[in-house]
Design a protein around this ligand. Structure first.
Ligand code: DXP
Ligand SMILES: NCC(=O)COP(=O)(O)O
Length: 245
């Protein structure tokens, strides 16, 4: 049975720092703790409004991470320039609206293939592996293949936000079906958004999933139990989920 990897998104360490304009807590320190606790990668989202992760975090983490950076960004010239300068292992292209509280859906690749293909080509030439954050949707998966992205990350928000068990099961089945389809097309399939300690195991059980990117729930748990424990506990649940326990 294949392992499933954990990418820890540390955006909300930076949210706590930005709340008061202090220099603590430091996402760079948090990343080191998360890696030491077993995170296989660190995800950061440099938003256009810099509401949490700021440019200093990105440039410092590019030098200090021991695992690998998954750099989430909108498809803008500004972010493409930064990505090509720091050359992270992965870039994940995500939709972004200034007014959103958090990411609200997947990137519409099918509706803007030329723009996404140009971004994928530019980033790939720098040796960066490009992931597309998309809904569990066949047309979006086909578009991801068409634009040359090697990786997708399936948006799990509809599953996480489901108001009934029946709706959650429906979303879980959709994610699983699309993960199987995407994998059959040769894509590396990740997943993330809204996953937490009480909903992660069924997602981790999907055999085609390579990595889960989880942030908000881990950082929230870290406020109570500490970050190392929060990371280790999440990894244990993912292992149990993958084993069907
Ligand atoms: C794309 C995604 O679901 C998250 O990785 C994203 O970072 C969410 O945005 P916030 O971290 O700003 O909530
Ligand atoms: N791409 C999803 C991610 O990095 C973390 O999302 P969340 O767990 O903070 O909702």
């Amino acid at each position: 049975m294949s392992r499933i990897l954990l990418g820890v998104n540390i955006d909300h360490i930076a949210t706590l720092r930005q709340a008061r304009g202090t220099n603590y807590p430091d996402p760079v320190h948090a990343a080191a703790v998360a890696e030491h606790a077993g995170a296989e990668g660190i995800t950061i989202h440099l938003r256009e409004d810099r509401r949490h992760i700021i440019d200093r975090d990105v440039y410092t983490l590019a030098k200090t991470l021991k695992t690998r950076m998954n750099f989430e960004m909108a498809v803008t010239q500004e972010m493409l320039d930064i990505a090509c300068e720091i050359k992270p292992a992965y870039v994940c292209l995500v939709p972004e609206k200034r007014e959103e509280l958090t990411t609200e859906g997947g990137l519409d690749v099918a509706g803007q293939q030329d723009k996404i293909a140009a971004a994928v080509t530019r980033l790939s030439k720098e040796g960066i592996k490009v992931s597309l954050f998309i809904d569990a949707d066949k047309a979006q998966i086909d578009a991801a293949v068409a634009v040359g992205a090697p990786v997708i990350e399936i948006h799990t928000g509809c599953y996480a936000d489901a108001e009934t068990d029946a709706d959650a099961t429906t979303e879980l089945n959709r994610i699983s079906t699309m993960a199987t389809y995407a994998h059959s097309k040769g894509l590396v399939v990740n997943a993330g958004h809204g996953l937490h300690y009480h909903n992660v195991k069924p997602i981790a059980a999907i055999p085609e999933l390579y990595e889960l990117n989880i942030g908000h729930a881990i950082i929230a748990r870290a406020a109570i139990d500490g970050l190392a424990t929060a990371v280790r506990d999440m990894k244990q649940l993912m292992v149990e989920g993958r084993r069907g326990e």
